[in-house]
Design a protein around this ligand. Sequence first.
Ligand SMILES: Nc1nc2c(c(=O)[nH]1)N[C@H]1C(S)=C(S)[C@@H](COP(=O)(O)O)O[C@H]1N2
Ligand SMILES: [Mo]
Length: 427
Amino acid sequence: MTHDTKPPHTEPRSPNRRRVLGGLASTLAGTLAGGFATAARPATIAPDTPLEPAPWTLEPGAPLLSPPYGVPASFEAGVIRRVARAPAMPGSGSSMTPLADLAGSITPNGLFYERHHAGVPQIDPDRHRLAIHGLVREPRVFTVDDLLRFPSESHIYFLECSGNTGSEWNGPSGLPVQLTHGLLSCCEWTGVRLSTLLDETGVTPSAQWLLAEGADGAAMTRSLPLDRILERALVVYAQNGERLRPENGYPLRLIVPGFEGNTNIKWLRRLKLIRAPEMTREETSKYTSLLPDGYARQFVFEMDAKSVITRPSPGHRLTARGYHAVSGLAWSGRGRIRGVDVSDDGGHTWRAARLVGAVHDRALTRFVADWHWDGGPATLQSRAVDETGYVQPTRDALVAARGLNTQYHYNAIQSWRVGADGEVRNA
Ligand SMILES: Nc1nc2c(c(=O)[nH]1)N[C@H]1C(S)=C(S)[C@@H](COP(=O)(O)O)O[C@H]1N2
Ligand SMILES: [Mo]
């Protein structure tokens, strides 16, 4: 790729088609005739070649309701959640979303990553209750049916575990993107605004924080600063149009958009209005980050802007020189993605990628960049910038700021190396 050496973000982020094609043509000029590498073009056929009927056109297909709840094509059986390592005990651990195999920006429910501290409780929705108590005027207990009577809202938000990409703190892990970045998913959540429920109970002026507790064996509990979450937090009962999956919090969960995954309490059973943080296990021993100076960061809620190339990524092999679309995901816990730059020379030069589809607040955003592989070694990287102007850091800058004593909030620029053999590696 012949790079622009302009600083990032001096170009419009959504160039029109003419500019894209013009840019591509000039990028590839001199190397390629006709715009695309001949080696990368699909097979050609003579104009009058008769097309043989495919075998599956010769008989009727499977009947309706086979099965009644639809499943992916059997040929896609390899597109599943996977674990990076066996959990220490059954019920704990996490499974990861196959990011390299997904299109667009929505994660199908069956592929949404999982993180459980004590397994998945099987909760009967008719027996489940959500209590709101503490510093309120009128404590209340809600059934799921009660919540269904409130006005609902639907919003697309990503969810990312604060441990996501922790594998890369000590340098390239060799893992594929599913196992480096797959504690990350995005869906449309439907439920009731937290503020609507607090209007029901009334909140006393001394209530500054909110304690949220799950009904699982871990009784996962976190304190949240009320003023920072009230605008967006939701108590949800549905994801991508259907009720929450058991593993994602059925029948009720808290969604705190942009905040680290663990604050999004699943199997939500209680919200307590409190004066100051409760200092639970999850905010003292866990989910704090030890800095090089011996101090620890605590209550690190927002997930910093981050991006990763999902195609090509480790495990893929480029079989032809010439044009390749480089595609990936970008997100920020502080708002919308403003832009993504892509490099093929390890970050020496950058080009603006196109943002594809709607760019939602605190949601995964798909980007695509045109790339010409000259057949030599290359290092592909992406760098996200969010609407606050925050720029995704290099690994060196992140390690300089945070040190190597922490497992959480790794958001550095990720490198995928393309060898002369076309193999893509995390090395
Ligand atoms: N009650 C409860 N809530 C929980 C957890 C849990 O173990 N129990 N795990 C947390 C963590 S660490 C993360 S990253 C997210 C994972 O949500 P998911 O399993 O729907 O992807 O849920 C959070 N909420
Ligand atoms: Mo997490």
